[in-house]
Design a protein around this ligand. Sequence first.
Ligand SMILES: [Zn+2]
Length: 226
Amino acid sequence: MATSTVEDYLKTILLAEGERGGLVNMGRIAEALGVAPGTVTAMVKTLAQSNLVDYEPYSGVQLTDAGRRLALHVLRRHRLVELFLVQVLGMSWSEVHREAEELEHAVSDRLIERLDEILGFPSVDPHGDPIPDAEGVLAQPQLASLGVCARGERVKVRRVSDQGESFLGRLDELGLVLGSTVTLIARDEAADTVVLENAAGQRVQLGLRAAGKIWVERPVGEPASR
Ligand SMILES: [Zn+2]
């Protein structure tokens, strides 16, 4: 079994590759893992020797098929654990990412398949991130950023791309939670803000940068009157 450090590297590279694939810059890995660039280079060379990544000096790194399989497996464990912590243990979506960072390395395959079954074979985690299936297939839902929505648009919150506790806690306060319907009331480009109406009918204001981290399904029903 791979060490937790190996698993963290592979998962980080997978998330950095994103939908486009291609080489991941070493600096990006260093930043994501909070380690020195020299440490990353040494570790990546080890991963390349184990045939988990292809390493091209001065340009970057890319997962091999074996590396990708392992990374998807770690991501599956992480996201299923997060959902379990929220749905079964009643924890908040803002506190589970940190817990899952530890648990993703500790749970057995048997336990994970059992969790999957108990949770009803879910397709997304508490942040709306897709959960790779047992075969390692990762769906990519087509969603729009709330930051690009137009005035009057009614949309449903489906995913958030910032799992920081403070960001998610703020969304809780504003009533902008996963699955809720929101209407974009106004955009103020000069002030870099949007005004939204949350599911409870309250008007809340959000910075455009924060709105850009909320991913929505659009449109929901008829546009609200302007
Ligand atoms: Zn997470």
